[in-house]
Design a protein around this ligand. Sequence first.
Ligand SMILES: Nc1ncnc2c1ncn2[C@@H]1O[C@H](COP(=O)(O)OP(=O)(O)OP(=O)(O)O)[C@@H](O)[C@H]1O
Length: 438
Amino acid sequence: MPKSTTSKLARAKTIVTTVGSIAATAMVVRSVARDFLPPEFQEYLYFGFTNLINKFSTDLTMVIHEMDGLNMNEIYNATEVYLASRISIEIRRLKVTKISNDKMINVAMEIDQEFIDTYNGVKFKWCLISKTSPMREQSSNQNDMIESRSFELTFHQKYKDLTLNDYLPFILNYSKTRKQQDKSVKIFTVDDSNFPTSWTSANLDHPSNFATMAMDSDVKENLIKDLDRFVARREYYRKIGKAWKRGYLLYGPPGTGKSSLIAAMANYLNFDIYDLELTELHDRDAIEEAKALALENQQLGNVDLVQKMTLSGFLNFVDGLWSSCGDERIIIFTTNKKDKLDPALLRPGRMDVHIHMSIDKHSLFDKIEDLIRDAKIMPAEVAEQLLKNDDPDSALHGLIELLVVKRTEEEEKLAAKGMEQRLDDELATKQNENNQKD
Ligand SMILES: Nc1ncnc2c1ncn2[C@@H]1O[C@H](COP(=O)(O)OP(=O)(O)OP(=O)(O)O)[C@@H](O)[C@H]1O
C-alpha cells in the first residue's frame, strides 16, 4: 500500500477514535453529572456546553416538550408514534409497553437514545431527553422531583422551513392515521346519573361486519361505496365549504339489524360509536349536556329517534351536532317509524342516506314454504343442504331441488300405499262375494 494512503487511513482512524472517545466521554460525563450534580448545575453545564457547540455549528435544534403548560403537546405525541414505527436496529435501548386495550405491543425510543431519520433526502437527528427538577410549587416535600421529557430535533439550519411546513405536518398526519388503524373500536354511552353528565366507554367487541349482515346486496354495496367516498373526501368538503359530515337514517321494524349495521359500519371504518338514546335523557339540561359532549367527541353517533322532543328542539339538537367543526363525523339515526318523522328531518343535509331494514322475503321463500309443507324432511337435512353452498341463491335452489325429490318420494310412497290399499280392498271384496256364494 502506498505510504500516503496508509497515513491517510491512520489519520482517519485517529479522527474516528477521537470522535468515538469524545462521544463516549460525553455520555459518561452526562450520566455522572445526572447522578451527582444538583439539577440546577446540570442545566447550567448543559446550556453552556450546547451554546459553545452552537457557535461553531450550522445545525438548528428544535425542542419539542411533552407538555405545554398543562396541555399535552400534540407534536410530542405524534413524534412518539412516528418514531416507534421508524426506529431500527441501530437503536440499542427501546421502551416496550402494552396498555390493556391496545391491540399490539408498543415499542418506543428510550431516554438519551438517538435516531437519524431521512425525509426527502434530508437527515434529521432525533434524541429523547429527560430532565428532572424539584417540584417547588406543588409539593411541600423539598425532595419531590418532577420529570419533563422532550424530543430534540437537529438538522441543517437551511431546512427550517421544510421542517416546519412539511416534515412535522407529515409526522402529525402519519400518527393520526396510525392511531386510527391500531385502536380498538369503543362504544360510548351517556351516563346522566351523575352530575356533570359524562360518557362512559367500553370496547365494542361486536362481531357484526358487512359479510355477516343479511341485507339486499345492492344496498350493502352502495353503502360501502358511500362510506369509502365520504372518508376519502376531506379536501373536497373543505373546498366546497361544507362540514365533513354525513347523516344516515336506518328505519324498519325491531330486530331487523339496525344496531348490527351500525356495529358493522363502525368496525369497517374503525370509528368509535357515541350512542345517544334520547328517551333516556329526561330533562333539558341532560340533553344539552349530551349534545355538548357529542360535539366534543363524536365520530360515529347513533341517535335513537323518539317523539318526545318538540320538532324545533330536535332540529336544534341535530343542527348543533352538524355545525360543529372538526374531523369526519357520521351520525346515524335509527327509528322504527319513519312515517312519523317530520319531512324537515329527512331532508339531505340532515339525513343524507335512508336505508330500509326490512324483513323482506327472498323471492324463493314462498316456493320453499309450499314444498316444505308436503315434503317429509328433517330440520338437520335442511341445514345440511344450506351449508353446501355459500351463495344464498344457489343454496336456496339446492334446497328446492332436494324438497322436490323428497316430495316426489313422498308422493310415490303414498301412491304405492294407495295401490296396496286398493288391492287389499279389492281382495277383501272378492272374498266377501265368494263367502256369500258359499
Ligand atoms: N339483517 C340482519 N343481518 C344479520 N343479523 C341480523 C339482521 N337482523 C337481525 N339480526 C340479528 O338479530 C339480532 C337483533 O338485531 P338488531 O339488534 O341489530 O336489530 P334492531 O333493528 O337494531 O332492533 P331494535 O329496533 O329492537 O333495536 C342481532 O343479534 C342480529 O345478529
